[in-house]
Design a protein around this ligand. Structure first.
Ligand SMILES: [Zn+2]
Length: 76
């Protein structure tokens, strides 16, 4: 199972609820280390691991920055 995690905002995507939630960085680092151990003992499994992803807060920030930039462009 792949875990989607935003390290910038320390948020984890919960697949069952299709939502993002705060999740401690220390815990995700432990999970990543466990995955690395499993990979080293069983071989590479691309479906297993933690992937960096843009969370809901990333999207809101991008939308805000993009909207501000569009307003600046539209302003006379
Ligand atoms: Zn984020």
């Amino acid at each position: 199972m792949t875990i989607c995690y935003c390290s910038l905002h320390a948020r984890l995507f919960i697949w069952a609820q299709h939502t993002w939630a705060d999740f401690p960085r220390e815990t995700i680092m432990k999970i990543q280390r466990y995955y690395n151990i499993i990979r080293s003992t069983r071989g590479e499994d691309p479906s297993l691991g933690v992937v960096e992803a843009a969370c809901d807060e990333c999207i809101q920030s991008i939308q805000y920055i993009y909207g501000t930039a569009l307003n600046d462009i539209d302003s006379p």
